[in-house]
Structure formats: C-alpha cells, structure tokens
Design a protein around this ligand. Structure first.
Ligand SMILES: [Zn+2]
Length: 365
C-alpha cells in the first residue's frame, strides 16, 4: 500500500521546469550523499502561484477541499497504464495490448511504448525506485502539457530522458483516443465521491492523527494523484515531497474506505516519531526490530480513527477497517494485532502515554 522506504530522497532530473497553470514548486538540487534531513533545512521550496489552472475538462472548478489536493493527470495516468501493461506482458507474454479496436498503426505505436516500459521500467518498483518516483512526480507536475518534449511550449520540456519522452509522446494520442476518457471519468467520479467525506471529516482527522503521532500535519494540502492504476496495492505514497497516488478504479478504495486509504497513505508522512520510538525501544532491549510493526500500527490507528466517522450511526459498529477487511493481520501480523489492541489502543483512548504504549508493545513481542 505504500513505499517501504522511510524517506524517498529526491533528485532533480534536470533543471527545474515549469508546467503551465497550477502551483509550481521549484526544488533546489540536492547533492548526493547529503541526508534528506540535512537538506530539509537548506532547501527552501519556492511556490509561485501562477495564473489559475484551466478548469479541468468541462466541469466547473470545485471549491477547494481541506487537507488534500486531488489531480487526475493525463501523463501520470499514461505512465502507470504503460507500466501496468508492461508488467502484465512480462508475466504473460501472450497478453494483448490492453486496448480494444486499435488500428494497425496505433497497435504498433502502443506496442512499442509498452515494450520500452517492459525493457526499462517493468522490473522496477513504483513505490521504492527513486527513478520511478522522480518520473511520476515530474509527470504530475507537467499534467497540463500537451507534449513532454516542449514542442508546442518551451516550458513543457519536462527534462525526462529522451527515449522516455519519445515513448510517452508517441503513445499519448493512442491513450487519449482510447483509454484516457474513461480513466479520467473514473478518476473524477472517485474524487467526487470522496470529496464530501474529506470536506466533512478531513481537518478533524488530520488533527487527530497528528496528535496521535505527536507531530504536526503538513501545512500545505497533500497532493493526491488519482490514477487508473497505482501499484499492486492500489495506493502508494512517496515522500520529499509527500505525494499520494491512489487508484480510483481499485475495488479496495471505494466508499468510506476511500477516506481510510487517503489517511493511511498520508500517515506515512507523519509517522516517523512512532518508527523512531519502536527502534529506540528495540535497541534498549537488544531485540530485533519487529518487521513492519510500525506499518501495522499505521493501519490499525487509521482504521480505529476512521471507524466512528465511517459508520452511519456514528459508533464504531458497522465499519471494517482496511487491514481487517483485506486480511493483513492474518498474513504474519497476528501478534501485531494482539499487542496493538492490548497496548496501543489504551494510548488511543487517552489512558496511557505514547512512550509507555510503545515500550509495552515492544516488550510483549
Ligand atoms: Zn501503508
């Protein structure tokens, strides 16, 4: 569901570029070998609010939501679609193009792009490969551009590797004609469905989770790229800058569960404190660090915090948290559920201190 890496370091692919419209953030280049935390104090993000972005397609611009900023971007969706198709073909070489009714010419162009992804990217993990993270972020930033080589607008030169630019630009007309209208509609449907939940509960949830993890919620709204495909888990988060990618088509992300997925993902960006506390307790006790305990804790916590909100009666009844529904605790996390229920829940209920709860969990494993 997320990147395993605690920090997703960020290197520019080239000089900072500007997409037209939207909010552009220029990032200073980070010399290799410098820790993200060190660069954090050096790196001042300069945000320039340019002319307002063109209204998306033919829908009126919605009133701004709190906490999250949703995008349905052409290039990011094309990138994930090609990646997915390339992985499908890798697993099953007989798999078709993934698009019906292509002309021979379109077939050739699309197959070439999928082949390029197969050779270069299908073996890489979207959530942990620095290269994949940088490409994804760059494509998000250039979502309003018609092409990525800057042929029509110089500012649209995304600075991506030339062969990748060529693959994306050549596949774009095929994608635009055959898949994008439905992908975009599906993304926007998902955004429209989750928006009232975010509007109603977003700020409270953000405050509550920040309080639980004893930190501050990010001041800026968190960018969420909605994509037809978003890794095998249906959603993932990359850090520095924190961005969430979520599949609007994934059956796991529908209904009130969409809200849980969003806040689980966002929690990845604010849960360093709990990871550090777990590591510290383990070191003090000379115990191995329980693999993914912090991640199980994130799932548990988001589930418990969302539960009363997601239930129509306003109680904890009737809503099954993601980790329970998807059987995560049955896949090696049984002990984690036990210690979370026994020692973490009292902290969520305000009955014990953060440090004591973590110490108890670690000593009980
Ligand atoms: Zn996660």
């Amino acid at each position: 569901m997320t990147a395993d890496g605690r920090r997703g370091p960020r290197f520019p692919l080239g000089l900072p570029h500007c997409a037209d419209g939207a909010t552009i953030v220029l990032r200073l280049m980070r010399p290799s070998g410098i820790r993200p935390s060190a660069i954090g104090s050096l790196c001042v993000a300069l945000a320039f609010l340019l002319a307002p972005a063109a209204p998306a397609q033919d829908e009126p611009p919605p009133a701004p939501l709190p906490v999250f900023e949703f995008h349905s971007g052409f290039w990011l969706n094309l990138h994930h679609t090609l990646y997915r198709q390339a992985r499908l073909q890798r697993a099953n070489p007989g798999a078709g193009a993934g698009i019906a009714n292509l002309t021979a010419g379109e077939q050739r162009v699309w197959a070439a792009a999928v082949g390029f992804y197969g050779r270069n990217y299908a073996g890489k993990d979207l959530t942990v490969s620095l290269e994949m993270i940088l490409i994804k972020n760059q494509l998000g930033d250039f979502e309003t551009c018609e092409d990525l080589a800057g042929l029509k607008k110089k500012t649209c030169d995304a600075g991506l590797p030339a062969r990748l630019t060529e693959a994306l630009d050549s596949a774009a007309p095929v994608y635009r004609a055959h898949l994008w209208p439905e992908h975009d509609r599906s993304n926007r449907r998902w955004i429209a469905a989750v928006a009232p939940l975010v509007r109603r509960n977003g700020l409270d949830l953000a405050h509550r989770l920040a309080e639980i993890y004893q930190t501050n919620w990010p001041k800026e709204r968190i960018r969420v790229d909605v994509s037809s495909f978003a890794s095998a888990t249906g959603a993932y988060t990359t850090l520095d800058p924190m961005r969430v990618t979520v599949s609007g088509a994934d059956p796991r992300n529908q209904g009130p569960e969409a809200l849980e997925v969003l806040f689980h993902e966002a929690s990845h960006g604010i849960a360093d404190g709990v990871q550090d506390a777990i590591f510290r307790e383990c070191r003090q006790r000379d115990k191995p660090i329980p693999r993914d305990l912090w991640h199980a804790l994130l799932f548990y916590t988001t589930g418990e915090v969302i539960r009363p909100l997601a239930s129509p009666t306003g109680t904890s009844a009737g809503y099954v948290p993601y980790a329970v529904r998807e059987g995560l605790y049955k896949r090696g996390w049984e002990n984690y559920l036990r210690v979370l229920t026994q020692y973490w829940q009292p902290y969520l209920d305000g009955r014990v201190e953060f440090g004591d709860a973590v110490a108890h969990m670690v000593s009980a494993l």
